[in-house]
Write a protein that binds this ligand. Sequence first.
Ligand code: CA
Length: 233
Amino acid sequence: MVAAWSTVSGTHPLVLVVEDEAPIAELIRGALVREGFTARVCGDGSGALEAVRRDRPAVVVLDVGLPGLAGTEVCRRMREEGDWTPVLFVTARDEEVDRVLGLELGADDYVTKPFSPRELVARVRAVLRRGGAVAEQPTLSVGQLVLDPATRRASAAGIAVELTTTEFELLAHLMHRPGRVHTREELLAQVWGYPAGTPTRTVDVHVAQVRSKIGTAARLRTVRGVGYAVEPG
Ligand code: CA
């Protein structure tokens, strides 16, 4: 989409800074802005997931030690949703580095505290350079259904399908692990960002819409009382 692309190719790429310690967040934000980036700060993991979905940053600078949802969990959920926005982890201890890298979260780089703002900005630049990062997102395919997260295009049996952002995110989330049953609660939390227990039929409604669009290219299987899985048609 245009908005997603502009954050990568524009002159002021958006960096989402996820850091609960306000003085450190402000230090990072200030350094990024001085170097020509646009920076937004978020102090917790859940908010970070929402901001990533909403703002489509070019890079996420992600503190590991966050209250509530840890930085590692934020990254894991992003990847599960098929979001391969580059993530630069900020860790407080060397032991965390091993953990972050060992978890195979698709971390793009990391810096350890204390770091100089200059060093951090250099790392952000490096991650962006390496990037075309958006273009490196793997294409998802199940049966004859193909989703390309880099271009946000979808096709069913070779024919282009117009999907809303939410429909695209829903399918990408399911297609990242074909055959796995995703509960409604999980989908609501990870695609919509709703808190647990939100009474809504929005998942079912969207699944029905997606089914009508993709036809028999792939099958969105209902697991009664549980949720949904995507399988070859
Ligand atoms: Ca912290």
